[in-house]
Each structure stands twice: as structure tokens, then as C-alpha cells.
Design a protein around this ligand. Structure first.
Ligand SMILES: [Zn+2]
Length: 525
């Protein structure tokens, strides 16, 4: 009953109703699906003396220990750790349930068997995308794919796309959540969708051809690639006047980048484009969108689906759950998922505006929303980028500072050692696409000042490039995901071995030969 209410009225419930219904659904989910069939959580609950009934209210969720990325990682003792997180049904338990017996009486045993197959059998997987560890598979059953389709349909609804719209999906073909969510947004949302596979599959040119032919209403992709695509399309004089929505996944989206994309869309003849971001992660097997808001107003925040999972915001130091409106780390617990299931998953991502249950001021939906910017701490760690010459740098902040900077387009930050000597100081090189014929010396000075003001670092060099050069640097059309941050320090753990300096003609000016200054920047954490 409560499950139906939560499902049917997912966008119309008060905070109190959401939390009460979620607690009920959590108990039922733990009792019927997780505890009987998850090897990992059965043990964890036993170790901590917990039962499904231990969770009377949503606050009780705090009694459950977090699951982290490292819990999912294989070890030599457990080379197939990911299997412990897959729900494996026990036929004897299922057969004893009154519901199973009743269904067998009415529909026959064969039908009951088929239903359980659809509920539990893993038939599809996406993989985590981190560079620092081997990708971990996350399995979906038929039922999970139906959940993904629900999330896809809601994505279309919240982004206010229309059934008559045409969508160009430029997310890379890959076993990654973002691509498949976009795929299901099209099929379940009933929107004609063409998936180009992104730059690596058919190059920027091939994607521009589709922009011309399809004249899409909705364009979906990774921000860096979408920027290049629209920039080149504008250079080629493409018209794309139907475009109303640009939906971005896979990277953060700053206000400055939103404006730059709207400006480019304007050049293509699209007069009123909303740039909307999606936030999601493999471990949730879901993602959540913003709804359109007036361009001079703050973003509407990520609209969460209370029937599909519980999002908590916690204090990253103490692990304590925080009340609405407080910034902190995001922790997610699915409701109703099968296949791979992780509870209280610590994302490592930080939301600076916290969680709210207030009705959305733009679309009026009453559901939990995440407000403000999300910093994906995990990406920074993967790149081992924290320290430049002993200075801790918040690269999430750096991304915002550069995306918001006027007169520049795409950019890339490169870390090197002076003279390629592992014992030397780090240097930070900023590669920038200059726009609008601005004076290089002046722009260089402005960018340097921006970095000092916001980050307390000076780039060692700022090098200007044309659109083609920056595309090559970022790997547009060659890499699955374009690179905005590269680490070429000799001792770096995950160095990209390509010697990029050899293929770039630089006309840069040295802005500050004195390496990195400043002495702090440990923003959060
Ligand atoms: Zn809204």
C-alpha cells in the first residue's frame, strides 16, 4: 500500500510523508530481498546485531555502517568481491512465501518461475569508470531495467521534453550508466532518439551531420564534448533552431559553462535553450535531473525519486547524518533494486547546498532535491592531483573558476615536473582556447589573477590554442571521455604517456615563471 503511494505520488509528497513511507519501504525491502539474498549484508547485519525491524524511522538508517568504494574492490583473498553484493535468491525461501504459493495457484508454477527470473537474474551490467581501480560491474535484472526505464521516463518529464521532440544522444557508447539512462529516456519517454556514440565513434563531423539532419530539440552529452560540438557547428554555420534543451551528464556543469553553451546555441539559431545537468553514479544504478529554471535564477537542483532510493547528506568527518540545508557528503541507499545492491553507499561527492524537501519553485514538484554544486571528490583522488608543490588544490574549484572565466572556451590543465625531473618542482600549465580576439597578454593576466584570487595558485604558463589544437589536446574524437586535467609528472601513478607538447604549436606567453604560490586550499575535507 505504502509502496504504491510512494510510487504513484513520488512528486507530490511532503517531507514527513516521504520519510515515513521510505522507512516502511526500506524495512520491507530489507526483510524480503536484501537480508535473505545478499551475502554481504546478511553478514554485516549479523555482525552489528541488526534486523529489518531495527529501522523504525529513517533516522535509524544511521545504525547501518557505510559501504565504500573499497568494500567493493577485489582483494587477493576475495578476487570476486563484487559477487557478494549481488542478490542471489534462495528458491526454498521463495517457495515457502504465501505470496508465491498463491501466485502459483492462480497463474501456475511456470509463470511464477518466469517472474522470479525477471526479478533476480542478472541480464545486464554497467561498470564503474574510475581510473585508479579495476572497473567494478553493477548488475541489473529485468526488473532493474524497468527501474532504469522509469528513471529515464522521469528524466524526460522533469527536463520538460515532449513526446514530439527529437533527441540527439552524444554520450559515448560504453557500458556506463549515463549512456544507458539516456537510451532509456528515449525509449521509455517516447522520444525519437538518435544515439551517435559520441566523438570517438563518428568524430565531431559525424555528430554535426546529425545535428544538421535531425535538427534535434534535445541534445544530450558530456559537457566538454558538447562544447566542442556546438563550437565547431557554429564555425561551420550550422542551423539548429529547434534546440530547446541541452542535457549534460558525466561532468560538473558550472554557470559559466551553461552561459557559454547557450551563447553557442544562439549562434546556431536556437534562441531559448535550457542547459540542464544530470547527477548520477554507477553504484546507484540511477541518475537525477534538474528541471528548467529562468536563466538568471539559481538551478532547480537535482530532483530525486523518493520511491527508488534514500539520499542522505552526512558530515564527512563524523559520518553523522545532517538535517536539510546543510552541505555534506552524499550517501545513497536504493529501495527495491535487485542485481547488485549496495546500501548506504558513500559517494565521496559533496553537495554545497544540501538536501531540501521544499516544493520546487520552478516546476512545483514536491520531492527531495539536492541544491547547489556537487564536487566529485572521487575524480580528484583518481588523478592523484591534490598536491602541487606541496600546495593542496581543490580541482573542483579550479574547474569552476576556468569554466566561468570570460573570453575563453575549452581548456586543459596540465601538471608537469620542471625539466621533466622527478625531483624538481611541480608546474601547472594552463592550455586555453581564446575567444573573441581578446589580447593575449591581457587575458593571460586576467586568468592568472582569477587563479590567485580563487585558488591561491599561479599557473606557471598559460598557452593559447585554436579550436583544433585544444580538441587534439583533450582527445575529442579519440578518447571515450575528453580530458580536462592531465598529469604528466614522471612519478604520477596514472600518467597518460602521450607527449602532448610535441604536437601542439604554442603561441603562449609565460605569465609567472615563479611556479606555484600560496599555502592553502584544502576547501572541504
Ligand atoms: Zn523542478
Amino acid at each position: 500500500m505504502s509502496r504504491n503511494l510512494l510510487q504513484n505520488r513520488w512528486q507530490q509528497l511532503s517531507e514527513r510523508a516521504v520519510r515515513q513511507l521510505q522507512a516502511e519501504q526500506l524495512r520491507s525491502y530489507l526483510r524480503t530481498a536484501v537480508l535473505p539474498f545478499s551475502a554481504y549484508y546478511r553478514n554485516l547485519f549479523q555482525e552489528h546485531g541488526l534486523h529489518a525491524e531495527s529501522f523504525r524511522t529513517l533516522e535509524d538508517l544511521q545504525r547501518l555502517p557505510f559501504t565504500t568504494k573499497s568494500d567493493l574492490q577485489n582483494t587477493s583473498a576475495q578476487p570476486q568481491r563484487f559477487k557478494d553484493f549481488i542478490l542471489v535468491p534462495d528458491q526454498r525461501i521463495l517457495a515457502r512465501r504465501p505470496g508465491t504459493i498463491l501466485r502459483a495457484l492462480f497463474h501456475g508454477r511456470e509463470r511464477v518461475k518466469q517472474d522470479f527470473e525477471a526479478e533476480f537474474r542478472p541480464i545486464f551490467a554497467t561498470f564503474t569508470t574510475g581510473r585508479s581501480a579495476e572497473p567494478t560491474p553493477f548488475f541489473f535484472s529485468q526488473r532493474d531495467l524497468a527501474r532504469l526505464a522509469t528513471a529515464g521516463r522521469r528524466l524526460v518529464e522533469v527536463c520538460a521534453a515532449r513526446p514530439e521532440d527529437r533527441m540527439l544522444n552524444t554520450l559515448p557508447f560504453a557500458p556506463h550508466l549515463a549512456f544507458w539512462l539516456a537510451h532509456y529516456a528515449g525509449t521509455a519517454g517516447g522520444v525519437l532518439t538518435l544515439s551517435s556514440g559520441g566523438g570517438r565513434v563518428m568524430g565531431t563531423e559525424g555528430n554535426i551531420r546529425h545535428l544538421r539532419k535531425l535538427n534535434p530539440d534535445v541534445l544530450i552529452g558530456i559537457p566538454t564534448f558538447v562544447y566542442h560540438l556546438l563550437h565547431q557547428a557554429a564555425e561551420e554555420g550550422v542551423h539548429c533552431q529547434n534546440l530547446r534543451r541541452i542535457v549534460l551528464g558525466g561532468e560538473k556543469v558550472s554557470d559559466g559553462l551553461r552561459q557559454k553553451l547557450r551563447d553557442l546555441a544562439f549562434e546556431l539559431g536556437a534562441r531559448n535553450v535550457d542547459v540542464l545537468a544530470i547527477y548520477g553514479f554507477t553504484e546507484a544504478k540511477l541518475a537525477w535531473p534538474e528541471c528548467p529554471s529562468p536563466h538568471d535564477q539559481p538551478s532547480s537542483g537535482y530532483h530525486l525519486y523518493p520511491d527508488l532510493g534514500v539520499m542522505e547528506v552526512i558530515d564527512p568527518q563524523t559520518g553523522e547524518a545532517l538535517p536539510p540545508g546543510h552541505p555534506g557528503e552524499l550517501v545513497f541507499t536504493p529501495l527495491g533494486a535487485r542485481g547488485t545492491v549496495v546500501l548506504r553507499y558513500r559517494t565521496g561527492d559533496y553537495i554545497d547546498g544540501g538536501l531540501t524537501y521544499e516544493p520546487c519553485p520552478y516546476c512545483g514538484r514536491s520531492l527531495p532535491r539536492l541544491l547547489g554544486n556537487i564536487s566529485r571528490r572521487s575524480e580528484v583522488k583518481q588523478m592523484d592531483f591534490d598536491k602541487i608543490k606541496g600546495t593542496l588544490v581543490d580541482f573542483n574549484e579550479l574547474e569552476h573558476v576556468l569554466d566561468d572565466a570570460p573570453h575563453i572556451g575549452a581548456w586543459q590543465v596540465e601538471l608537469r615536473k620542471i625539466n621533466n625531473d622527478p625531483l624538481e618542482l611541480d608546474e601547472l600549465i594552463l592550455h586555453v582556447q581564446k575567444l573573441n580576439g581578446t589580447d593575449e597578454e591581457q587575458l593571460s593576466r586576467e586568468l592568472s589573477e582569477r587563479c590567485v584570487t580563487h585558488l591561491e595558485i599561479h599557473p606557471n604558463r598559460i598557452l593559447f590554442h585554436n579550436a583544433d589544437e585544444i580538441r587534439r589536446l583533450q582527445g575529442v574524437g579519440t578518447l571515450l571521455k575528453e580530458e580536462k586535467l592531465v598529469d604528466h609528472r614522471p612519478q604520477a601513478q596514472f600518467v597518460e604517456k602521450r607527449a602532448i607538447s610535441s604536437r601542439v604549436s604554442c603561441n603562449g606567453t609565460d605569465s609567472q615563471p615563479s611556479a606555484v604560490l600560496g599555502n592553502k586550499l584544502e576547501k572541504q575535507l
